[in-house]
Design a protein around this ligand. Sequence first.
Ligand code: SF4
Length: 105
Amino acid sequence: MALRGNAKKIPVLSGLHRDLSRAACLVGMSRRSLLVTVGSAVAGRAFKPALAQSKVSQAEALYQDRPKNGISCAACALFRPPAACAVVMGVISPQGWCRFFDLPD
Ligand code: SF4
């Protein structure tokens, strides 16, 4: 892998390489799997602001006006009472749900 060769030349990358390997070992994953997992998480976080800038349609969000598996908009970090959402257009029921549901931190 290119990182390995560069890691020997750049001390910061060498430390990163060692830390990633150690972290991967601790959670029982390969370094590559850990990188993919972390990368996906970062990409997911980056996706949220993009959504906030332009709302998507209820159809795109697979919005429904009833809870799914006991989870509803009222518990979502993106819900804006009394009946709006930061990322989905239109009137949003506190009892609704969509695929962008985000549990508050
Ligand atoms: S579940 Fe979907 S529609 Fe409901 S508040 Fe969250 S993001 Fe908006």
